[in-house]
Design a binder for this molecule. Structure first.
Ligand SMILES: NC(=O)c1ccc[n+]([C@@H]2O[C@H](COP(=O)([O-])OP(=O)(O)OC[C@H]3O[C@@H](n4cnc5c(N)ncnc54)[C@H](OP(=O)(O)O)[C@@H]3O)[C@@H](O)[C@H]2O)c1
Length: 260
């Protein structure tokens, strides 16, 4: 797909927090027309300050308006907040791209009304900003592929949605590596064990090694964490003395909880 064609789409980002704003900033860096991007958030002053600092105030819209005008709708609210947004009454003309962990395509289709749903789970916002993001994608759509390419996201397609559960923990690995070296026996063992169930895990885990920041700053880690999310569950495991494997399984379990 030609970039000019892609740029004609009106993109609406529901939930412009860490991931949502990283996506917008990357799109603007790639010359996506400012006027074709709209965003919403939930009223937090902290988020507004970021939106202001990033010069995105003119993009602020409402969920009702965004749902009406967007041909590409991006869902980047916390999984726990998705239900509360309510039904969208869309049809298949709207491409819905969900960045949410946990919520499966069937539930997204039901709530949005569009059967044109793609799920992607990338590594954290800083990795998107640095054009280094690694991701897993479920679903097939030419426009979505063009968008992910534009965002420089290095993604693998998974064959079935069950595998997105493992992708949700891949997205957390750069943070895990800030705490426990990827070369440690414990980490290697964890990755091998999980790869028995999801063989692509090995390759993705390797790619995540290049995402460890030089300074393992708390800021880098905090941007990876969606409160109550999968990364948080894994870190809770590590903080309470569990092994890397046990902590990753806690992340998998949290992902399952979020989906129910
Ligand atoms: N962070 C990561 O590294 C990462 C990686 C992969 C996938 N994800 C997924 O990406 C999603 C977003 O994660 P995040 O870390 O960016 O979370 P976040 O920083 O908490 O951002 C979520 C945003 O959603 C907004 N929101 C909540 N309810 C809303 C509503 N009803 N209408 C409009 N906006 C609403 C929040 O607004 P307020 O700020 O006003 O509360 C917030 O700005 C999650 O589903 C997560 O599973 C995250």
């Amino acid at each position: 797909m030609k970039t000019e064609e892609l740029f004609k789409n009106k993109i609406g980002i529901i939930g412009a927090g860490n991931i949502g704003q990283a996506l917008i900033l990357k799109l603007l860096e790639k010359q996506y027309p400012y006027e074709n991007i709209k965003l919403t958030y939930n009223g937090s002053i902290f988020t507004f300050n970021n939106i202001y600092d990033n010069n995105l105030v003119d993009m602020i819209s409402s969920n009702a308006e965004i749902v009406k005008i967007s041909s590409i709708l991006v869902l980047s609210v916390p999984p726990q907040s998705f239900k509360a947004i309510g039904d969208f009454n869309l049809n298949d003309d709207t491409l819905v791209i969900s960045f949410m962990a946990g919520i499966n395509s069937e539930d997204i289709k039901k709530q949005t009304g569009s059967n044109n749903v793609i799920r992607i789970i990338p590594t954290g916002p800083d990795t998107i900003m640095d054009s280094q993001a690694v991701a897993g994608v479920y679903g097939e759509n030419e426009i979505a592929n063009a968008l992910f390419d534009l965002l420089d996201i290095d993604y693998v397609k998974v064959e079935n949605e069950e595998q997105m559960n493992y992708i949700a923990i891949v997205g957390c690995l750069p943070v895990v590596y800030c705490r426990v070296s990827p070369e440690s026996e414990e980490t290697i063992e964890a990755i091998e064990k999980i790869s028995e169930d999801f063989p692509q895990f090995r390759e993705l885990a390797k790619k995540c090694e290049k995402l460890i920041p030089e300074e393992k700053s708390e800021e880098f880690i905090s941007k990876f964490i969606t409160p109550g999310g999968v990364t948080q569950a894994i870190l809770n495991g590590l903080n309470s003395g569990k092994t890397v494997y046990e902590s990753l399984i806690m992340g998998l379990d949290r992902n399952k909880e979020l989906s129910s």
